[in-house]
Every structure is written in C-alpha cells, then in structure tokens.
Design a protein around this ligand. Structure first.
Ligand SMILES: *Cc1c(COP(=O)(O)O)cnc(C)c1O
Length: 392
C-alpha cells in the first residue's frame, strides 16, 4: 500500500514537491504514524503550522460542531465565528481590523494591495514601490513571489510584478538609502524563516520602524511563520517592542486549517472599502470556528510562554551539540523556530533522522530547521539531540 500511494502520487500530482518516502496517516500531539505503523516525533509541525500538535480535541470539537451548523455562506453576509476570531486577534495585537483569506501568500497579496491603495487614495499615484529584503520569502502567488528576495524561487516566472526593490536584511543604511518618494512600504519577516532562520540584529526592527515613521510609509511584517507563539511571544515583533502598520498571519493560525489573515491599523485598513478586495472562502464559518479554537487553546494552555521556555532549553542543547561536532557550526532562531547551520549538505541528515523516527527539515542547503509543536517536551528534544549526535 505504501509503495502504491507513493507511485500514484508521483504519477498523478504536479511534481512541485520533492517528497520524502513516507506516507503519514495519523497524528496525535507531537507524534506521527506512517502507513507501516512506524512512529515519528514531529520536529517540523508541517512547517511551523501545527503549534498545538496533531488532532487537538478542542479543534476537533469546534470543527465537528460548526460543520453541523453552518459551513459557508460567503462574505456578503454576517457570520459569527469570523467576528469572534477577529475580536481575539485585534484584542491581542496592535491591529484595528482584520481581513481573512486562505493562505499566507494571499494574506501578503492583501497587504501589498492595501499598501498601494493607501497612497493611491491620497492621490500619490507614483508612490507604489515596496522595499523588501534579500533572501526573504513571502509566498508563491505572483504578488507575493514578486516580494520574495530569492532568485531561485522566481526563476522561470519572470517578469514578476513591477515595484519591488530589495536590500540586505539587517542593513539599515541600505534601507535608508533605498527609501524615496516612490516608496509606500517596507515589507519584511521579523525572522527570515525560509531564508535560513536569520534573526534581526539588535535594534534592527526598531530602526526600520523609525525609518518608516520618518518617511511616512507603512511597515509590513510577514509573521506567517513567526506568529502565534512560535518565537516565544505571540508575535515576534513583540521582542523588539515595536508594532508594524500591517501584519500577515497564516501557518499556525489554523493549526493546519487553511486560513490567512491580514491585520492593520485603522489608518491603513480604511483604504479597503466595499469591493476593494475579496475572496470567496476567507473567514468561512467552519475554518474561523476551528481557528478560534486554536487561538483560545494557545492562550488556555499557556503555549507562548512554554515555547519561550522550551526554546531556551532546545537552544542550549543545540549549542552543546555544536561544541561536540565540527559539522555543526551555529544555532540561530528564537523560541521554537530554530536553525542549525552545518558545514555540509543537510538533506542526508534529514533522511537519516526520518529513518530514526524524527521529522526535521533542511533549508538553504545546509541549515537544519526545527519548528516542532509548541507542546514539545524536554525529553523529546533530548531524544532528537541523541539522534543528531549519532548521525553527526
Ligand atoms: C509559508 C510562508 C508564506 C506563504 O504561505 P502559504 O500559506 O504557503 O502561501 C509567506 N511568508 C512566510 C514568512 C512563510 O513562512
């Protein structure tokens, strides 16, 4: 059965993903099981998505109840779960308004469109450029792809959307030099996830905030990977004591349900009037009810503080690993979004971890990425470290 699934998948689906040879069938908490009955500890959580772990009963119950009540009517009407979810998000962030969509890329599309519209509404037709970061990742749709600062992801799809300039992350002088009166926004991730878990240097985000304020332009933070407690604060920008004007969320917001959100302060959000933007499924009752259960559970189970605590322990263990093995060069990240930089290709290590029952991932060729469910325990981290010790 396993080989049939793998063969048919390779035959029938677009081959956009280099998949590992495992068929996952079931998950609970931090554990996954494949079709051969083998058990794995999940240190990836579907790329920083399943913060609560797999099959959380609160989400199951919310989905089952809502599925029996109302799944979809579209956004021409008022529904209850989406306003409850928006209320939670606004109550826990800098934002005044929320736009719901179905993915991270779509949330970034909304952010890009909103930033342009804010200035076009003011008659500043030439102020449409957005400064983004080299090595950034914002998604695969044409707009979010255009904001992505990695040529290898854009290859084959040129020309991309006009109006994006790129500067090196953590280089405030380069950003300052790039801002002129054609720029409407600066768009960046508070920690570059796909770029290799690259953290901002001290004061960088504060400096970006200051430059944006001075120039009268918008600061857009893509917290799709870093949000919802992943870094040990609900949103990663809280570590810097600043807030953006626009923030995008997705990944862990639905714990695996397809949902994205763009949050904005009123001054910016106001530019999205009736008919300005839309999507059929955004904030549908079913998915919003599930996501509401997700955010309430994050709060009730104290998962943000837990991510900070467990993350500190994990970083310590990874740093000790670096001291024991020359192949492991550096640890990066915050909370439970961590990268281990190697002096060699990471893919063979990912394969060997999988054989030994650990799901991890490799980015940028030589960075092992760990983004486990926020409920991961110290004993599970110890077991992974033991496994990495044996492999390295
Ligand atoms: C995953 C990710 C996206 C894209 O989200 P999708 O849901 O895959 O469209 C955008 N930005 C960041 C920072 C991400 O990690």
């Amino acid at each position: 059965m396993t080989t049939t699934i793998i063969q048919k998948t390779d035959e029938l689906l677009a081959s956009t993903y280099p998949r590992l040879p495992v068929v996952f069938e079931r998950g609970r908490g931090t554990m996954l099981w494949d079709t051969e009955g083998r058990r794995y500890t999940d240190f990836l959580a579907g790329i920083a998505v399943c913060g609560l772990g797999h099959s959380h009963p609160a989400v199951q119950q919310a989905l089952a109840a809502q599925a029996g009540r109302l799944v979809h009517v579209c956004n021409l009407y008022y529904t209850i779960p989406q306003v409850e979810l928006a209320d939670w998000l606004v109550g826990h962030s800098f934002a005044d308004r929320v736009f719901f969509c179905n993915s991270g890329a779509e949330a970034n599309e909304a952010a890009i469109k909103l930033a342009r519209k804010v200035y076009q509404d003011r008659g500043e037709k030439d102020r449409f450029r957005i400064i983004a970061m080299e090595q950034s990742f914002h998604g695969r749709t044409m707009g979010s792809l255009s904001a992505t600062g990695q040529d290898k992801i854009k290859q084959g799809f040129y020309p991309v959307l006009e109006g994006f300039d790129f500067v090196p992350f953590n280089d405030i002088a380069a950003l300052r030099a790039a801002i002129d009166d054609t720029v409407c926004a600066v768009m960046l991730e508070p920690i570059q996830g796909e770029g290799g878990v690259v953290c901002p240097s001290a004061d960088y985000l504060q400096e970006v905030r200051r430059l944006c304020d001075k120039a009268g332009i918008l600061m857009i933070l893509d917290e799709i990977q870093t949000g919802m407690g992943r870094t040990g604060r609900l949103f990663a920008h809280e570590h810097s004591g600043i807030a953006p004007d626009i923030m995008t969320l997705a990944k862990a917001l639905g714990n695996g349900l397809p949902i994205g959100a763009m949050l904005a302060r009123e001054e910016a959000a106001g530019a999205f009037g009736a008919g300005a933007h839309g999507t059929t499924f955004g904030g549908t009752p079913l998915i919003a009810a599930g996501a509401l259960a997700v955010v309430q559970t994050i709060e009730q189970e104290g998962l943000v503080a837990r991510a900070a605590e467990t993350g500190a322990y994990f970083i310590g263990q990874l740093e000790a690993l670096c001291e024991r093995h020359a192949a492991a060069e550096a640890v990066r990240g915050q909370g439970l979004l961590l990268g281990l930089e190697l002096n060699r290709e990471g893919a063979p290590i990912v394969d060997r971890c999988l054989e030994r029952g650990f799901v991890i991932n490799c980015i940028q060729g030589n960075v092992l990425r760990f983004a486990p469910p926020l409920i991961i325990g110290a004993h599970e981290i110890d077991a992974l470290i033991e496994c990495l010790d044996a492999i390295l």
